[in-house]
Design a protein around this ligand. Structure first.
Ligand code: EZ4
Ligand code: CO
Length: 416
């Protein structure tokens, strides 16, 4: 494509790496007439690889391109790289795509959701992360989340015999207390946790029984298996928690083995969600066309941006599956805002994960989305509705940080 001279010509693009409570990689694209767009490129624990991919291999290709040509730019970066998929590539493409949608919506003077078809609902039902090292602490945490306005709750607990477990806050319960590993556990090497699936399977059904006894049948409850079970173990857990009517069981098995979901599906009516570690619609084709899952967990940030997520969610709609866009704190407010515009616009919205960001994160990223009566709304500002404060970003330099490694009690490395 020849270089063009129009107001929408991309004049510059830059990456911003900042660590306001945890690491984030952001791409900012600026057009010749000074419109800026932001895209989230944060890949937890591998941040600098995406930053290099963007800075060294993508930014030089963007200068001079027409910012209005979003689909063409997506295809140019995806097919032009020759090498397909992968979290680093797809996070980089996602950042470009999201920034170009931000620019297009700002140029149109509209919030992004209007360009995606307009609002299909008044807000996006959010779920929060309750946790406790034991059941009493968990029940307190659920109460704190309900008091903070959440109307759907993810339930994770400690397991008797295991020291620390994914998804459980390290100290006393409360809405402000999160299981996050950042920044307190930044160590030169990844933290190591221990795991015993049989102990987990024995414990979890009794946790849901206690939660239903305390809070009744209506509250939507979710659970994340975080890739730790075999298919037959997952089938057993799905059956065991059927009396407690889960909204979903997430990541029961390692997601890349799509056929594993066939076995789980044959054995349980517990709804299944998967996909936070996926980065392409091609990771979902068996899962969707065979109707093996109920919810798509991809993040806009990791799955090629707004353009690719819209296509993925439209394919999911054809096969009766709904969205459950990934929204932990390692998705930046830019990636979260992009998710919220999609959540508001698409027909097959399911639920949105929402962990409030650290106040330092919100100093750097000035958001306009709102959380009211359990519903998130992206706001009415043109574009994504997020601005990045460079001065604030500069006060929080990058620090290496890794996700934990999980080992079975005999030392064997297991899925974390
Ligand atoms: O472990 O985002 O459902 N949410 C999750 C997250 C993921 C982290 C990994 O970076 O599973 O907490
Ligand atoms: Co998860």
């Amino acid at each position: 494509m020849s270089r063009i001279e129009t107001p929408m010509r991309i004049e510059s693009a830059e990456t911003i790496v900042t660590s306001p409570g945890r690491n984030f990689v952001t791409l900012r694209i600026t057009t010749a007439d000074g419109v800026t767009g932001l895209g989230d490129a944060t890949l937890n624990g591998r941040e600098l690889a995406v930053e290099s991919y963007l800075r060294d291999h993508v930014v030089p290709l963007l200068i001079g391109r027409d910012a209005a040509r979003i689909e063409d730019t997506w295809q140019y970066l995806y097919r032009g790289a020759y090498w397909r998929r992968g979290p680093v590539t797809m996070a980089a493409i996602a950042a470009v795509d999201t920034a170009l949608w931000d620019i297009k919506a700002k140029a149109a003077g509209m919030p992004l959701y209007q360009l995606l078809g307009g609002a299909s609902r008044s807000g996006a039902l959010a779920y929060g992360h309750a946790s406790g090292r034991d059941v009493p602490e968990l029940l307190d945490s659920i109460r704190a989340h309900l008091d903070a306005g959440y109307r759907a709750i993810r339930v994770q607990t400690g397991i008797p015999g295991l020291d620390s477990v994914y998804g459980v806050a390290a100290s006393a319960a409360g809405d402000g207390e999160r299981y996050d590993y950042e920044p307190a556990r930044r160590t030169p090497l990844p933290v190591e946790e221990s795991w015993d699936t049989r102990a987990y399977l024995r414990h979890v059904p009794s946790v849901f029984e206690a939660v239903r006894n305390e809070f009744g049948p209506e509250l939507p409850l979710l659970h994340d298996g975080h890739h730790r079970m075999t298919p037959i173990q997952a089938a057993r857990l799905g059956k065991a928690v059927e009396p407690y009517d889960l909204f979903w069981l997430e990541d029961a098995t390692p997601g890349e083995d799509q056929a594993a979901l066939r076995l789980i599906r044959q054995h349980t009516t517990t709804p299944l969600a998967i996909g936070e570690v996926f980065n392409s619609v091609h990771d979902y084709t068996t899962l969707l066309t065979e109707r093996l899952i109920d919810y798509v967990r991809s993040a806009v940030t990791h799955t090629g941006g707004v353009t690719a997520m819209k296509k993925l969610l439209d394919l999911a709609a054809v096969y009766g599956a709904k969205s459950g866009i990934h929204g932990p704190t390692d998705i930046s407010p830019v990636g979260m805002a992009a998710a919220l515009h999609l959540d508001l616009a698409i027909h097959n919205f399911g639920i949105q994960e929402y962990m409030r960001h650290d106040p330092r994160t919100l100093e750097v990223f000035r958001t306009s989305y709102t959380f009211t009566d359990g519903l998130l709304h992206p706001g009415e500002n043109p574009g994504l509705g997020v601005e990045l404060d460079d001065g604030a970003a500069a006060r929080f330099p990058y620090e290496a940080a890794y996700l934990p490694v999980n080992r079975l009690l005999d030392g064997t490395v297991h899925d974390w």
